[in-house]
Ligand binder design. Sequence first.
Ligand code: ZN
Ligand code: ZN
Length: 169
Amino acid sequence: MDNKKSYEIVKSTKSKRIRQSWNEYFMNIATVLAERSSCDRAYVGAVIVNRDNRIIATGYNGSVGSKTPQCDDIGHVMRDGHCIATLHAEINCIAYCAREGIPLKDSKIYVTHFPCLNCTKALIQSGITSIYYLDDYRMDDYAVELMKLNGIEAVKLPTGIATIPEQGL
Ligand SMILES: [Zn+2]
Ligand SMILES: [Zn+2]
C-alpha cells in the first residue's frame, strides 16, 4: 500500500507574531464590555471563564432587567452617595448564570476593577476560585480578607495588559 500522505506541513513565511496570553485575551474582552456600562459613575466589565478557558458569562455595570431606565438616559438614583440603580458587572454575570443554569464552580473571573464587598461575597459563594483585575484604586480591605480566608486567588494584572475606559464621576 502507498504510504504517501495526502498532505504536507508548510511552515509560514510570515514573521512570527506574539499571540495574546489568556490573561490579555480575557482582560481585553472585559475592557471592551466595560464600554457598554450605562452608569457613568463606573465603567466596569467582567468575563467569567470556566476551567477550559471558555467564556460562560459576560457583564457590565447597568440597570436591572430590560425595562428599568439606564442612568445615562435618566440620571442616577442616588442614596447615601451611591447610585442604587446599577447592578455591578460581577453580579450581572452571576445572575445570568443562575438564570440559565450555568455552574460557576471552579471558574475564574476577569474584571476591570477590584470587586466591591458585596460582589466579593457573591463571587466566593458562587464557587469562583480566581479573581483577575486591573484597577485596584478602591480595594475593600474586608473583601481582601474574605478572599484570603476562603482561599480565593486574587491577581492584579499589570497595567498596560489592557486599557480600561476612562471613568465618569
Ligand atoms: Zn447610576
Ligand atoms: Zn460590586
